[in-house]
Design a protein around this ligand. Structure first.
Ligand code: XBP
Ligand code: MG
Length: 268
């Protein structure tokens, strides 16, 4: 960080994760995987407890391989080819995007409110996710109440980088596309893998949890909340020094970002 240049540390962009952060989508993913397995004549079925464990690995194709390697009792699991997994995953993506197109996946509290306000205040927005690009498009098209095309300077998604979260690659890619240093950005994530990805790219992260991630280790997060808050639906601080007073807005994010930058200076 350039401590001589004060403008270098100004908050310029908010980097949003997708699954579990914009909307509670992991349950939709789980059902979409199971429907793809069923339609392929497989007796594989992922219940919530198993899916919780499988979420240790990001990326749908990688998750199927992890299941076959570490959890399946199917004797032929090891001989399943990458092509077969790719076919299953394609069917899963169709199932998932169809579910979103039905319009029954709401955004989490505060997401659209905060994005609207941030844009009005001149902050830039980006998406940084491991999920398939078609899944992002489906969510943007069907879960927002505004037309959000043009809201995001960068949509960094899926296999555009070789290594998915927790690797920092997707954050490095997004920063490069935004042409911004990490010190001018703040990530909003929901999982330990997302936090590690952001932090290893030197981007500080605010965490909002969900049923699949509330037990994760969020050491190093700027702040951990249950959600971003809405008028009449205040958020709760789960860990961290600053308190948004029930609602995360741009003013609070500027303060949180400055706090994180000051801590980085002190810790050298
Ligand atoms: C969440 C993920 C994704 C989805 C599945 O990523 O790990 O793998 O569960 O998506 P993020 P695909 O929170 O970064 O959005 O099946 O399309 O890979
Ligand atoms: Mg996530």
């Amino acid at each position: 960080m350039n401590q001589g240049n004060l403008t270098a540390d100004k908050l310029v962009a908010l980097l949003f994760d997708v699954d579990g952060t914009l909307a509670d989508t992991e349950e939709i993913h789980r059902l979409a995987f199971n429907a793809a397995f069923r339609d392929a004549g497989l007796d594989w079925s992922w219940d919530r407890d198993l899916y919780h464990k499988l979420l240790a690995v990001t990326g749908g194709k990688e998750r199927i391989r992890y299941y076959l390697d570490s959890f399946s009792t199917d004797a032929s699991a090891k001989s399943v080819t990458d092509d077969f997994i790719a076919g299953l995953h394609k069917a899963k993506t169709v199932n998932y995007t169809s579910a979103l197109a039905r319009g029954d996946v709401p955004l989490l509290p505060g997401i659209e409110r905060l994005m609207l306000e941030a844009r009005a205040q001149g902050l830039r927005l980006a998406i940084v996710t491991t999920t398939t690009p078609a899944n992002v498009t489906a969510l943007l098209d069907h879960s927002f109440s505004h037309d959000v095309s043009g809201w995001f300077d960068v949509i960094a998604a899926g296999s555009v980088v070789p290594n998915k979260k927790p690797a920092p690659d997707i954050y490095h890619y997004a920063l490069e596309q935004l042409d911004l240093p990490a010190s001018q950005c703040l990530a909003i994530e929901d999982s330990a893998n997302g936090l590690r990805s952001a932090r290893d790219a030197d981007v500080d992260a605010l965490i909002t949890v969900n049923r699949y991630t509330e037990d994760h280790d969020f050491t190093g997060a700027a702040l951990v909340l249950d959600h971003l808050g809405e008028p009449g639906n205040p958020c709760r601080v789960l860990a961290g020094e600053l308190d948004p007073g029930g609602l995360v807005d741009t003013t609070f994010l500027l303060r949180l970002h400055a706090h994180c930058q000051a801590q980085r200076v002190h810790s050298g």
